[in-house]
Design a protein around this ligand. Structure first.
Ligand SMILES: [Zn+2]
Length: 112
Protein backbone atom coordinates (compact mmCIF):
# COMPACT_ATOMS: atom_id res chain seq x y z
CA UNK A 1 0.00 0.00 0.00
CA UNK A 2 1.07 3.56 -0.65
CA UNK A 3 1.33 6.50 1.67
CA UNK A 4 -1.61 6.99 3.96
CA UNK A 5 -3.55 10.06 2.92
CA UNK A 6 -6.23 11.16 5.31
CA UNK A 7 -9.23 13.06 4.14
CA UNK A 8 -11.51 15.27 6.14
CA UNK A 9 -15.20 15.85 5.73
CA UNK A 10 -17.36 18.93 5.44
CA UNK A 11 -20.33 19.40 7.69
CA UNK A 12 -20.69 19.58 11.42
CA UNK A 13 -21.88 16.07 12.22
CA UNK A 14 -19.12 13.61 11.43
CA UNK A 15 -18.89 9.90 12.13
CA UNK A 16 -15.40 8.94 13.28
CA UNK A 17 -13.78 5.60 14.07
CA UNK A 18 -14.18 5.02 17.81
CA UNK A 19 -10.73 3.46 18.04
CA UNK A 20 -8.50 5.82 16.01
CA UNK A 21 -10.77 8.91 15.53
CA UNK A 22 -10.31 9.05 11.76
CA UNK A 23 -13.22 10.61 9.80
CA UNK A 24 -15.30 7.92 8.08
CA UNK A 25 -18.51 9.56 6.89
CA UNK A 26 -21.03 12.19 7.90
CA UNK A 27 -24.67 12.75 8.71
CA UNK A 28 -25.50 13.89 5.16
CA UNK A 29 -24.47 10.48 3.82
CA UNK A 30 -26.61 8.49 6.24
CA UNK A 31 -29.50 6.74 4.52
CA UNK A 32 -30.84 4.43 7.22
CA UNK A 33 -30.26 3.40 10.83
CA UNK A 34 -32.32 0.30 10.33
CA UNK A 35 -29.64 -2.33 9.70
CA UNK A 36 -28.05 -5.07 11.76
CA UNK A 37 -24.44 -6.21 11.89
CA UNK A 38 -22.45 -8.66 13.99
CA UNK A 39 -22.30 -6.22 16.90
CA UNK A 40 -25.89 -4.96 16.71
CA UNK A 41 -27.27 -1.82 15.10
CA UNK A 42 -25.66 -0.70 11.86
CA UNK A 43 -26.11 2.29 9.56
CA UNK A 44 -26.38 2.41 5.79
CA UNK A 45 -24.38 5.25 4.21
CA UNK A 46 -24.25 6.56 0.66
CA UNK A 47 -20.46 6.76 0.86
CA UNK A 48 -17.52 7.38 3.14
CA UNK A 49 -13.80 8.09 3.20
CA UNK A 50 -10.63 6.72 4.77
CA UNK A 51 -11.48 3.05 4.39
CA UNK A 52 -10.37 0.17 2.22
CA UNK A 53 -12.15 -3.01 1.22
CA UNK A 54 -11.45 -6.73 1.18
CA UNK A 55 -12.12 -9.27 -1.54
CA UNK A 56 -15.71 -9.66 -2.77
CA UNK A 57 -17.56 -12.63 -1.25
CA UNK A 58 -21.12 -13.91 -1.64
CA UNK A 59 -23.11 -13.99 1.58
CA UNK A 60 -26.62 -15.12 2.45
CA UNK A 61 -28.02 -12.28 4.52
CA UNK A 62 -31.48 -11.86 6.04
CA UNK A 63 -32.54 -10.05 2.87
CA UNK A 64 -31.14 -12.64 0.45
CA UNK A 65 -27.89 -13.27 -1.33
CA UNK A 66 -25.48 -10.37 -1.73
CA UNK A 67 -21.91 -9.89 -2.89
CA UNK A 68 -20.14 -7.86 -0.22
CA UNK A 69 -16.67 -6.69 0.75
CA UNK A 70 -15.37 -6.16 4.26
CA UNK A 71 -14.83 -2.49 5.08
CA UNK A 72 -11.65 -1.65 6.99
CA UNK A 73 -10.66 1.60 8.65
CA UNK A 74 -7.53 3.14 7.12
CA UNK A 75 -6.36 4.32 10.53
CA UNK A 76 -6.50 1.14 12.61
CA UNK A 77 -7.45 -1.58 10.05
CA UNK A 78 -10.40 -2.69 12.16
CA UNK A 79 -13.24 -4.27 10.17
CA UNK A 80 -16.04 -1.78 10.74
CA UNK A 81 -18.69 -2.94 8.31
CA UNK A 82 -19.14 -3.96 4.71
CA UNK A 83 -19.83 -2.65 1.23
CA UNK A 84 -22.63 -3.97 -0.98
CA UNK A 85 -21.34 -4.81 -4.43
CA UNK A 86 -24.30 -6.74 -5.78
CA UNK A 87 -27.77 -7.63 -4.53
CA UNK A 88 -29.45 -10.62 -6.15
CA UNK A 89 -33.02 -9.57 -5.30
CA UNK A 90 -34.49 -6.60 -7.17
CA UNK A 91 -35.90 -5.16 -3.95
CA UNK A 92 -32.39 -4.90 -2.51
CA UNK A 93 -30.67 -3.33 -5.54
CA UNK A 94 -30.76 0.14 -3.96
CA UNK A 95 -27.97 -0.96 -1.60
CA UNK A 96 -25.45 -1.66 -4.37
CA UNK A 97 -22.36 0.52 -4.05
CA UNK A 98 -23.37 1.70 -0.58
CA UNK A 99 -21.70 0.93 2.72
CA UNK A 100 -22.73 -0.36 6.11
CA UNK A 101 -20.88 0.73 9.23
CA UNK A 102 -21.74 -0.87 12.53
CA UNK A 103 -22.69 1.62 15.22
CA UNK A 104 -20.37 -0.10 17.68
CA UNK A 105 -17.30 1.07 15.73
CA UNK A 106 -18.23 4.71 15.19
CA UNK A 107 -19.04 7.80 17.13
CA UNK A 108 -20.80 10.95 16.01
CA UNK A 109 -18.90 14.14 16.74
CA UNK A 110 -19.47 17.83 16.22
CA UNK A 111 -16.85 19.30 13.89
CA UNK A 112 -15.96 22.99 13.52
ZN1 LIG B 1 -9.93 3.27 12.96
Amino acid sequence: MGRLILEYLEGNRIYVCKKCRIHLTNFQNRISKNFKGGTGQAYLFEQGINYHVGLPVDKDLLTGKHTVQDLMCNGCCEIIGWKYIKAFRDSEKYKEGKIIIEKYFIEKIKWK
